[in-house]
Design a protein around this ligand. Structure first.
Ligand code: ATP
Length: 205
């Protein structure tokens, strides 16, 4: 990890889609070592907000400032879909994701850490939904990034997987990463919460 002093500042952030204000006037500062959970009903704008944070959605008002010039190199973003290629096996998927995202580490060890030992060679098309999500989450076990932005990471994950992911996020924050994730039904312990509802954004922590 290259920088543990990363900081995200949102100033009067707002976003409208399809003539509907998803949120407006959102101001907050998120720092290294913190975990932020974004909650809200279906369609509240959680994914849109994450995509603004990582630079994938550019239509917004206000300001989004990352106080670290190399923030994109220090970012690990896992989107709403597991992003797993069906024709590749888990090991190939992980190597592919690493190459695309300039991430380094030991893919075999990462797959073992998420409980996929013995499934390295199985085509992803033959894996369950939870196993596919675990392939995506294996990237958390590679090189530690300064910022994690995770869209619904708990989707399709069993109880053990949820506990493991909770612990992973806590460890990352303790090691100085900033972790931001969405979940519309799960409220984590010891995390700061940003709730989106009816066009408003409210910090509830
Ligand atoms: N590609 C798109 N083009 C136009 N509008 C979109 C697009 N994707 C989403 N929207 C609009 O933005 C709103 C917010 O969507 P978003 O995916 O950010 O919500 P969400 O809170 O992540 O929902 P969910 O909990 O269902 O994943 C949606 O109701 C939809 O109207």
């Amino acid at each position: 990890m290259s920088d543990s002093s990363i900081r995200l500042e949102l100033v009067q952030l707002g976003c409208e889609r399809d003539d509907r204000m998803l949120f407006s006037g959102l101001s907050l500062t998120a720092r290294a070592g913190e975990i932020w959970q974004i909650t809200g009903a279906n369609g509240a704008g959680k994914t849109t907000l994450l995509r603004i944070l990582v630079g994938l959605h550019g239509f917004f008002e206000g300001e989004r400032r990352w106080w670290q010039p190399q923030w994109q190199q220090d970012l690990l973003y896992l989107g709403h879909q597991p992003g797993v290629r069906e024709e590749l096996n888990p090991l190939e998927n992980l190597r592919y994701a690493c190459a695309l995202n300039h991430q380094v580490g030991d893919p075999m060890a990462a797959l073992a850490a998420v409980g996929l030992r013995g499934f390295e060679d199985v085509p992803a098309a033959h894996l369950s939904a939870g196993q596919k999500r675990r392939v995506a989450l294996a990237r958390l076990w590679l090189e530690r990034k300064a910022v994690w932005v995770l869209d619904e990471p708990y989707t399709a994950i069993d109880q053990d997987g949820v506990a493991q992911l909770d612990a992973q996020m806590q460890q990352a924050a303790e090691a100085g990463s900033l972790v931001i994730y969405t979940s519309h039904h799960r409220v984590g312990d010891g995390v700061q919460r940003l709730h989106l509802e009816n066009g408003r954004a409210e910090v509830l922590s």
